[in-house]
Design a protein around this ligand. Structure first.
Ligand code: CU
Length: 114
C-alpha cells in the first residue's frame, strides 16, 4: 500500500515538472513593425517585457526602411528593399527607438522594455 502511494506521488511530481518545462518552452512572443506605404512607421507595442522576441517587419516601400536600436540591438532593413523580415532579438530593460533612416525626423517612434 505504501509502495502504491509513493508511485502516485512520484508520477504527480513528474507531471508538475513537465508542466513547468512546457511553460518555459512557450512560443517566443512576436512583435510587428511596418514602414510605408506612405510616410508612416509603426510598431505593435508601446511597452514590452524584457526577453527574447521575434520581430516581424513589413517593409512596404522602396523609399523607406525600419531601423531598430536600443540596448544590445541595432537592426535595419534596406531602404531599397521591400517585403517581410524577421529578427529574433533579446530585448533588455530600457528604451528602444525605431526610425526610417532617410526620413528620421518625421518617421520615428519608440517603445519601452520593462
Ligand atoms: Cu522613410
Amino acid at each position: 500500500m505504501s509502495r502504491i502511494r509513493f508511485a502516485v506521488a512520484a508520477s504527480t511530481a513528474v507531471l508538475v515538472a513537465a508542466a513547468g518545462a512546457g511553460s518555459a518552452l512557450a512560443a517566443t512572443p512576436t512583435l510587428k513593425g511596418t514602414d510605408g506605404p506612405g510616410f508612416t512607421i509603426t510598431f505593435s507595442a508601446k511597452t514590452v517585457k524584457a526577453g527574447k522576441h521575434k520581430i516581424v517587419i513589413s517593409d512596404k516601400s522602396s523609399i523607406h526602411n525600419f531601423h531598430l536600436t536600443g540596448p544590445g540591438v541595432n537592426k535595419k532593413t534596406s531602404v531599397g528593399g521591400t517585403g517581410t523580415t524577421t529578427w529574433t532579438v533579446t530585448l533588455r530593460k530600457g528604451t528602444y527607438k525605431y526610425v526610417c533612416d532617410p526620413h528620421a525626423s518625421a518617421m520615428k517612434g519608440s517603445f519601452k522594455v520593462t
